[in-house]
Design a binder for this molecule. Structure first.
Ligand code: NAD
Length: 507
């Protein structure tokens, strides 16, 4: 390792991590039947780091124990990242590109293994986890290709007396915080462009899904990422670890994906050292079905936009805003599709819908549905938790959802489709934009003029037109309003990790 290797220092296995047991990572444990997620911190007593548990949401049982990084580990990781920042930035773009390309190939080769790990940690059906591995790997391939295309510019000053030369340089050590809902893709969407740009990183995976983060770190090391360039810090206490990093002036950037509440707090903290920030925050996506829509295509798109990840996606359709002329057909179709879904553990190949991430998530979904029902909405199908181990909630369709229901104003993050009907395009657009969120919107119409008009009027960073899925490594992903700052993916993704520098050359 390039970082100091004191007795209690981070162990470097190509990619460094916290504590003595840390990166070798999850010491696997038999299922204990315990719901307890966090072990008491036991730093010092045995000379071992504290640990915390990872729970299988399909059973509620513990899968593994993972080393719990604390503020001291965070500072050691930053020491390591800072120590190699210059050499990593000076590594030839082609070499950085080839390392990323090898990591892409390793991910594809290990699809089954990684998909199984993702399903174990966060619950979704294996087929969906395989799709996430493919999607996650594509970010590494895309940014491997971008690494060799970082350009500059040469201009003549208007007076002709000097030249304006621009170049792009890596921002410096970056802190990456990721959520549990896409435990691989949210990581590669940040690590890919950061490494391509020549930045070193400290990654803090979500508490629920550290195993995917550790597996990815090991894979990156195998692909040839030098020691200290990627540092992974699983922790049960994200605020404590984050305070230490954001309080250290050597850090140059924060890239966060998660809830808007936490994002706002991190923005405030980042102001202290004027950090560069990228924020991918919560959504509240409207899904508009106009009277001229291909209703069957809209139902197909709705299944994808609502049910992928059991509805636990920032781009999940949160409010179905349907023209009254097609509402009956759309609702009947969606109800039939939801009723036919097979719910069960993600490892069972028969399952089409897995559990929610934890009991708190299930309780929140249940309370949103009962609030809507109390306010006059009709539960068409589902509407209850499943009576079995794990955190399962039945796929649910709710109609007649009033605008004052929390189901409309909050991010549901569960398998619940909330439908409301409207008489015309204007009222549908007003409803769609009546939210502080602005990540994505979906609209179904056969009229290309309407598609463009509505696409421009929707106050979101992304719009799916006759399409229920917008995410792609080649596209700039991101939101407006309270949904975030900056873009991930596309040509734009790498610029978040580059500073533009201008050299004035006397001629
Ligand atoms: P969360 O905000 O609770 O957690 C996200 C990450 O932040 C985790 O790693 C967590 O450990 C960390 N965190 C929590 N509190 C922190 C603190 N005080 N200081 C530092 N770090 C802290 O969100 P979640 O429940 O894990 O994820 C769901 C949310 O993420 C939803 O709102 C969803 O819309 C959003 N999301 C957004 C995108 C996007 O690209 N816009 C993608 C996926 C998820």
């Amino acid at each position: 390792g390039l970082e100091a290797e004191g007795a209690s220092g981070p162990r470097s296995v190509g990619v460094s991590g916290p504590g003595s047991e840390a990166v070798s990572g999850a010491c696997s444990e038999g299922a204990s039947g315990s719901d307890a997620v966090h072990e008491p911190r036991s730093e010092g007593a045995s000379g071992r780091a504290a640990t915390f548990g990872v729970v299988d949401p399909a059973t509620g049982e513990r899968l593994a124990l993972v080393a719990d990084a604390g503020p001291a580990d965070a500072i050691r990781a930053l020491d390591a990242a800072e120590a190699v920042q210059e050499s990593w930035a000076a590594t030839a773009p082609r070499v950085r590109s080839e390392i990323l390309h090898r990591a892409y190939e390793l991910m594809v080769q290990r699809t089954d293994e990684l998909a199984r790990l993702a399903t174990l940690e966060m619950g979704r059906p294996l087929a969906e986890s395989r799709a996430e591995v493919a999607y996650a790997a594509e970010f590494l391939r895309w940014f491997a290709e971008e690494a060799v295309r970082i350009g500059g510019d040469y201009r003549v000053a208007p007076g002709g007396d000097f030249r304006i030369v621009t170049t792009r340089q890596p921002v410096g050590p970056c802190y990456l915080i990721t959520p549990w809902n896409f435990p691989l893709a949210m990581l590669t969407r940040k690590i890919g462009p950061a490494l391509a740009a020549g930045c070193t990183v400290i990654l803090k995976p979500a508490e629920a899904t550290p195993l995917c983060g550790l597996a990815l770190a090991a894979l990156l090391a195998e692909a040839g990422v030098p020691d200290g360039v990627v540092n992974v810090l699983p922790t049960a206490d994200p605020a404590r670890l984050t305070d230490a990093l954001l309080g250290d002036g050597r850090l140059r950037k924060l890239s966060f994906t998660g809830s808007t509440g936490v994002g706002v707090r991190l923005l405030e903290q980042s102001a202290r050292h004027v950090l560069r920030v990228s924020m991918e925050l919560g959504g509240n996506a409207p899904f508009l079905v106009f009277d001229d829509a291909d209703v069957d295509a809209a139902i197909e798109g709705a299944m994808l936009a609502k049910m992928r990840n059991m509805g636990q996606s920032c781009v999940a359709a949160n409010r179905f805003i349907v023209h009254e002329a097609v509402a009956e057909r759309f609702t009947a179709g969606l109800r039939a599709r939801f009723a036919a879904l097979r719910v069960g553990p993600g490892l069972d190949p028969e399952s089409q819908v897995g559990p929610l991430i934890d009991e708190a998530a299930r309780t929140k979904v249940a309370s949103l549905v009962s609030d809507a029902a109390d306010k006059g909405a009709t539960i068409e199908v589902g509407g209850s938790a499943l009576d079995r181990p794990g955190f399962f909630y039945a796929p649910t369709v709710v109609t007649g959802v009033p605008e004052d229901a929390s189901l409309t104003s909050e991010e549901i993050f569960g398998p619940v489709a909330a439908i409301a009907t409207y008489p015309d395009e204007a009222s549908m657009l007003t409803a769609a934009n009546a939210t502080t969120a602005g990540l994505v919107a979906f609209a179904y119409t056969r009229d290309v003029n309407r598609a463009m008009r509505v696409g421009e009027a929707l106050q979101t960073g992304m719009v799916g037109l006759n399409r229920g899925l917008v995410s792609n490594p080649a596209a700039p992903f991101g939101g407006v309003k309270h949904s975030g700052l900056g873009r991930e993916g596309g040509e734009e993704g790498i610029t978040e990790y580059l500073e533009l520098k201008y050299l004035a050359l006397q001629t």
